[in-house]
Design a protein around this ligand. Structure first.
Ligand code: SAM
Length: 241
């Protein structure tokens, strides 16, 4: 996907990009591949792949959650790595208030540099594990309109990292490749226990390659019990299933 076809594919979804936003994506691409030579941020470095599999892919939640396009939502992106999906969302929908939490400091350093280069406001970066960021003593707990996560963990684990951060009435969206047949069913126990309910799980394909993708959109219906998330590492070691 070239920058030009990226723009056209988004326009087909009703998302229009200005010259300035296109320049921000180009700057993002340049910085990503330059810094990636010194520190490992991504395996995807060819321009057409970055535009499709990082930039376009990151924007797909906005096709299903129209409030992302209009409202000044508070978003927490758990394990954003080099900024996906929240930085592309922030570039396209600048009214969003973005918080990123990632356990790897080198990625947070990259994001600080990126935010400066792209002149982004209302972005905050935290070097922390999600289990601590969302625990019962944290001011971030149950405080976000929307929590996002892509390529961080399987759904039962991810739900424990993400749902405690969502305010009641808010949502958690997981960006997945083709979901393993049992992943959603296996996650049902964790999602319910943590106060969530699956609202929709739209499956679709990316343009050009036809790669399979699926979003899992979870409504936060009830407060998460105080005992979750468990201490760092536990959600992964002993998933709630
Ligand atoms: N979301 C990005 C993307 O889609 O390109 C990055 C994915 S990368 C495979 C996973 C990221 O999640 C890493 O940056 C890692 O440091 C972070 N991560 C994994 N477990 C975490 C946890 N418990 N708390 C915070 N960050 C975590």
């Amino acid at each position: 996907m070239t920058p030009a076809t990226f723009k056209t594919a988004l326009a087909a979804q009703g998302v229009t990009l200005s010259t300035q936003q296109m320049a921000q994506f180009q700057r993002y691409f340049d910085l990503l591949v330059t810094i990636n030579q010194k520190m490992n941020l991504t395996n995807i470095t060819a321009e057409p792949e970055v535009y499709l599999k990082h930039f376009y892919d990151s924007l797909t939640p906005s096709f299903y959650l129209p409030q992302l396009q209009r409202q000044a939502l508070t978003i927490c992106d758990v394990g954003a790595g080099a900024g996906f999906p929240s930085i592309p969302l922030k570039i396209v929908f600048p009214q969003l208030q973005v918080t990123i939490v990632d356990a790897l400091n080198k990625r947070i350093n990259f994001l600080n540099q990126l935010a400066g280069a792209l002149n982004l406001s209302d972005v905050a970066f935290f070097h922390e594990r999600a289990e601590i960021f969302g625990n019962k003593r944290s001011s971030h707990r149950e405080s976000y309109d929307l929590v996002t996560a892509r390529a961080v963990a399987r759904l039962p684990v991810l739900s424990e990292l993400c749902l405690p951060l969502v305010k009641k009435g808010g949502q958690f969206v997981a960006l997945k490749g083709q979901l393993a047949a049992d992943e959603l069913a296996t996650a049902d126990y964790a999602i319910t226990k943590l106060g969530g309910k699956v609202q929709a799980s739209p499956a679709f394909t990316l343009p050009e390659t036809g790669d399979q993708r699926q979003l899992v959109i979870i409504d936060k219906r009830r407060q998460t019990p105080k005992s979750y998330p468990r201490r760092a590492g536990m959600p992964n070691r002993k998933p709630l299933v």
